[in-house]
Design a protein around this ligand. Structure first.
Ligand code: ADP
Ligand code: ZN
Length: 634
């Protein structure tokens, strides 16, 4: 990384500072937000948090992944006179953030033990000379530097990112984090802001205690990520899932996405299968050699490969903002995990799609894991919530948010249930047919066999077992296999049928099922509908959201293509990541607004002063070329 830019860029800070007297603090913050980040407004809570920090008070910030935590300390860092120390647990994350800052003309650097000694010395020198606005430091270095180097700096603010790492309760405990209270000792008058995407109360209390925060302001933003569309597909078999994935990826051409699998072998199986459909996909799991994994991760981050089939080991510590979709090949064991995994999509705020495959087989497997786990009760509660989410026939986002303790008053309009609400009908006769079929076999059959009996299939096993002699044989001929499957799923959800995992997943009737069978009760089912899984990225019906009032992705494919090409070429030439040049969100804005002058280009979201100067001309020229307009005057 070159430090040249830092010296040049420092001068950029001066004009803004001179304006202080005339502008109010808020106006000044907004103008810095535009100047350095290219954004014209704050997201919810960002302004409150920043004002609180500027009053020199400690803060605890809880926001979901992609919610916009970084601005909360990066903007004060620019505003305040000295340097901001940022503690961050992963070197990859530090590097990513520092590169993003430098590209926006903000002097920043990181300090960690993986860097050559000479470079560390250079960073320290720059910091001592007051030439850095932010210095990222790994937690284990904090202790080593707490006596000499850090106190030699003019520190204005301390930010502790991923602060949940301090807590034993969390999923990500790091012992070095527990020593960070030393910062408060060394800098008693410097505000500390701790940030995390983990919301639970125990972790919260732990952070405050361990970091020794002084009467912190606690800011909890909504965990809603309205730009993520939510879809669940039920009961598909392996072949159908692969088909569905292929169709999904074809609807998302040239977009980056992750397919999460439970099993390592599935990541390899899937990437092979996808390759047969000419989809360039690579596997990733902890069992692959280190260099293969690193290569895979780099190929994905730098857009050389669009699709990665991975176990959940993948994604920690990646900040790639332009992941446009996430598929879950299997159901996750908890809503926390699921939310964290889908949260890796759409971090830039532009629409992103998620798809989860839910099957009773996965559920049963997970239940077995829970039985064997140390914390049986907690885990089974978590799994139960996940099941509820998958089986929901109300707005899925409301289920998610209620899990996080948030109340939502409206349906989201961006989940499969909202887009395709269930229509109920009296399905008692169907329940009766299914149950009587089951009972007549002595409750010895699984779902597929039952459906075959109901549909009057003449496959060998049915004949050999004499099921073709049953009274219900062929009684459900009028409905296709997949429709029966959907209805039997519903009967399981509604508690009319149980699955017996101990006996080959055979179906068993329940008491409430038998009540319907004997006419003592009726059953309401939701009518089967051929699902069209729409992408929110092409849907005009996408609902307005608080984060982004306007959610639409351009239809102008050729312009988008050209802009993506240009971004890619620039990224290669400058050895940068494409999304550090411009986010997908900024490219979509360019397509939507078609800026043909530099002034117009400067108004695009994500275009700050430096990027306007560096890339404005070349992007505007391209847009004019595609629109067949005369060249931009010199
Ligand atoms: P987090 O750290 O909470 O996961 P980030 O700080 O990486 O989230 O922010 C997520 C994305 O949102 C980034 O691409 C960031 O540039 C963008 N963003 C943050 N604040 C704003 C804002 N006020 N307006 C527009 N985009 C924003
Ligand atoms: Zn919804």
């Amino acid at each position: 990384m070159s430090f040249q830019g830092y010296f040049q860029n420092l001068s950029l800070l001066l004009p803004a500072e001179q304006k202080t007297n005339r502008l109010t603090e808020m106006n000044r913050l907004l103008s810095l937000l535009k100047q350095f980040f290219g954004y014209t407004s704050f997201r919810p809570l960002q302004a409150d948090i920043i004002k609180h920090i500027l009053e020199k008070k400690d803060a605890l910030v809880l926001m979901p992944t992609g919610g916009g935590k970084s601005i909360c300390f990066q903007l004060p860092a620019i505003y305040l006179p000295g340097v901001t120390i940022v503690v961050s647990p992963l070197i990859a994350l530090m590097k990513d953030q520092v590169e993003g800052l430098v590209n926006n003309g903000i002097p920043a650097a990181s300090l960690n033990s993986m860097m050559p000694e000479a470079e560390q010395q250079r960073v320290k020198q720059l910091a001592r000379q007051g030439r850095l606005k932010l210095i990222y430091i790994s937690p284990e270095r904090v202790k080593a530097e707490a006596d000499w180097f850090l106190p030699s700096l003019n520190v204005s603010l301390i930010a502790i990112d991923e602060a949940h790492c301090v807590s034993h309760w969390g999923h990500d405990f790091r012992p070095e984090y527990t020593q960070l209270a030393i910062l408060k000792e060394r800098f008693p008058n410097v505000p500390v802001v701790a940030l995390t995407a983990t919301a639970d109360k125990v972790t919260r209390t732990d952070i405050i205690k361990q970091l020794n925060l002084h009467e912190p302001g606690i800011f909890i933003s909504s965990f809603d990520r309205p730009n993520l569309s939510l879809t669940v597909e039920k009961g598909l078999n392996k072949k159908e899932k692969i088909q569905a994935i292929v169709r999904f990826i074809r609807r998302h051409p040239k977009q980056s996405g992750i397919v999460y699998c439970q099993k390592r072998s599935d990541t390899e199986m899937l990437s092979d299968e996808l390759s047969m459909y000419n989809i360039d996909a690579i596997p990733y799991h902890a069992g692959l050699p280190h260099d293969v994994r690193e290569q895979a991760q780099n190929d994905f981050i730098s857009d050389r490969v669009n699709v990665i089939c991975a176990t959940v080991a993948f994604g920690m510590g990646i900040d790639k903002s332009n992941v446009r979709w996430v598929i879950h090949y299997n159901m996750p064991g908890s809503i926390e995990n699921y939310y964290q995994e889908i949260g890796r999509a759409g971090r830039d705020g532009a629409p992103a799609d998620t798809l989860l495959f839910y099957s009773v087989g996965d559920l049963i497997l997970l239940r077995q894991f829970v039985e064997e786990s140390g914390q049986k009760e907690i885990n089974s509660d978590k799994l139960e919530w996940m099941r509820r989410y998958c089986e929901a026939d109300v707005c899925r986002r409301r289920v998610l948010l209620s899990y996080f303790g948030e109340e939502s008053k409206e349906d989201c309009g961006n989940c499969d249930v909202c887009k395709n609400p269930p229509v109920r009908f009296d399905g008692s006769i169907l329940v009766q047919k299914a149950l009587s079929g089951m009972i007549r076999t002595g409750e010895q059959v699984g779902m597929n066999m039952l459906i075959d009996i109901l549909r009057g299939s003449s496959r060998a096993e049915i004949i050999s077992k004499g099921y073709n002699m049953l009274k219900t044989y062929g009684a459900g001929r009028d409905l296709p296999f997949k429709v029966w499957k959907e209805y039997i799923y519903q009967m399981i959800q509604l508690g009319y049928i149980e699955i017996n995992p101990m006996s080959n997943y055979t179906l068993k009737s329940t008491e409430s099922g038998r009540n319907v069978l004997f006419g003592k009760d009726t059953a309401q089912l939701a009518r089967y509908r051929e699902r069209v899984v729409e992408s929110s990225q092409s849907s005009s019906g996408y609902k307005a959201t608080p984060i982004r009032p306007k959610q639409s992705v351009p239809v102008d494919e050729s312009l988008l293509d050209a802009l993506m090409q240009l971004r890619k070429q620039l990224a290669e030439r400058e050895h940068k990541l494409a999304y550090h040049i411009f986010s997908d969100d900024s490219l979509y804005e360019m397509v939507a607004h078609k800026p043909v002058t530099l002034a117009e280009f400067g108004m695009i979201r994500g275009v700050g002063d430096i990027k306007l100067e560096r890339y404005g001309r070349i992007f505007v020229s391209l847009i004019r070329f595609v629109l067949k307009m005369p060249k931009l005057p010199q």
